[in-house]
Design a protein around this ligand. Structure first.
Ligand code: PBE
Length: 268
């Protein structure tokens, strides 16, 4: 019944992702700040969230998800963010590259490339879209490198090769981070000869891993807001190499065919 209150239409559920994601903590806070105690944030995974969304969208049913940009969903579906008049989700952020302590002296070539690595939301979306269309992440990364040789040349310019040297990059299976982490792996391997292992973990272990030196680097740190708790917890135990991408956004998202426009509309 489309005339029913939105809460009844979606069973008072917001479809979330993995519990360690910053957007889950922020959404829990949003439910408090907007006085939405009837609502429930459903834990799952990025994959389960996009599958649930796809199913609802095809049936033109209402659904509310935790969403973020860059993401291929915004190209594939007519999707909109709910306005956040209280600003709970923060403003624009950046994705930072973080290295373990000591990487600079141990692996200067890798450190230099990681430090130089920087791309745009449009770049990341291209890789994400190719993957969502069925390409393997490794192939999508190699294709992007082929199409963007000039950019990659700048990242590796005058950097000595490190044939066969092993590196470990940690990441969480968020579609945005699957794209970026595979891209950096492909650059380090194809241009410099590194042998890069990808370590897929949850968000907490990812930050613990970089702080403890189990991982060499991550390109998945959403700052200053989304991963603030993790950043503050491990401060001084890693090296922040600064933004590799600017202009991200997180929030609650719904299909455009839904009539609500603001988080405040979730309140009866
Ligand atoms: N995300 C994508 C992550 C960071 C990358 C927005 C889902 C998070 O909420 O922690």
């Amino acid at each position: 019944d489309s005339s029913a209150f939105i809460g009844d239409q979606v069973k008072y559920e917001i479809i979330g992702i993995d519990p360690g994601a910053g957007i889950m903590k922020t959404t829990a806070q949003a439910l408090k700040d907007y006085d939405l105690s009837d609502w429930k944030l459903v834990e799952g995974s990025g994959t389960a969230m996009t599958a649930a969304f796809d199913k609802a969208y095809k049936a033109q049913m209402p659904i509310i998800i935790t969403g973020w940009t860059p993401h291929w969903m915004f190209s594939k579906y007519d999707l909109k963010y709910l306005e956040d008049p209280k600003g709970v989700y923060g403003g624009d952020e950046q994705i930072h590259t973080i290295a373990r302590k000591g990487l600079k002296t141990d692996q200067p070539s890798a450190y230099t490339v990681l430090d130089r690595f920087e791309w745009t939301p449009g770049d990341m979306e291209k890789v994400m879209l190719a993957i969502s269309d069925g390409k393997k992440p490794e192939e999508a990364a190699v294709d992007w490198i082929k199409d963007n040789g000039g950019k990659v040349d700048e990242w590796v310019k005058d950097v000595p090769k490190a044939e066969g040297v092993k590196l470990k990059l940690a990441y969480v299976a968020w579609d945005s981070e699957i794209a970026s982490t595979n891209l950096v792996k492909a650059v380090l391997e194809s241009r410099l000869g590194f042998k890069v292992d990808l370590l897929q973990v949850e968000a907490g272990p990812m930050w613990a891993g970089i702080a403890g030196g189990d991982a060499d680097a991550i390109v998945a740190a959403w700052l200053p807001t989304t991963h603030k708790d993790y950043y503050d917890k491990y401060k001084d135990k890693f090296e922040d190499l600064g933004p590799n991408l600017s202009g991200t956004k997180i929030g609650l998202a719904v299909p455009k065919y839904m009539e609500i426009g603001s988080i405040e509309d979730l309140k009866k």
